[in-house]
Design a protein around this ligand. Sequence first.
Ligand code: ATP
Length: 191
Amino acid sequence: MERIGIFGGSFDPVHLGHRLVTQAAREELDLTRLFFIPAAQSPFKPDTRPTPAQERLRLLRLALAGKSWCEIDEQEISRGGVSFTIDTARDYARRFPAAQLFYLIGADHLPQLPEWRAAEELARLVEFVVIPRPGQAEAPFPAPFRGRWLAGFPLRVSSSQIRERVKVGLPIDHLVPGPVAEAIRNYRLYL
Ligand code: ATP
């Protein structure tokens, strides 16, 4: 049976924490495929306008170059508007009826899961997989969700931290893949 990972987020920009998530998920869940799904607009960040999708996609492609088991799915960008996970989960359930679907989230999202749109249906369609983040203690899944925690190894890096560092001129080379740091400089992103 195919085991498919789905990893949604703003990826503004993609960073080594995201790569860590995908590597942990691949190893611990034995994934056959993994889809990165950049959101058009996160429902949880209504007041922040993300960097234009084409720039975020460019960075994602650079970060994932050569990783054939990682794919980028642009469906949320193409739909536009606020990106709800249920719409994406329905699409995967339709496209891969025989596969086991794992939806990857960082531990910061776990407490809010019951507020996600169509929570009951979402919990039926995918199994949630939580990757530890520093400062987030391991907690049980709130109803109606089922899922598991990965071991991973918590890495203190976030997109907001990277944006702030670029803005004040601090280096980010240790936080993002090399080509991503170079593209952020070349295209003058996050200044
Ligand atoms: P921001 O700092 O702008 O809130 P972020 O770094 O959390 O962004 P997102 O693109 O919002 O990045 O995250 C996509 C997914 O990756 C989310 O489920 C998030 O919890 C998870 N994630 C991001 N960074 C890490 C990390 N260091 N460890 C584990 N999960 C992470």
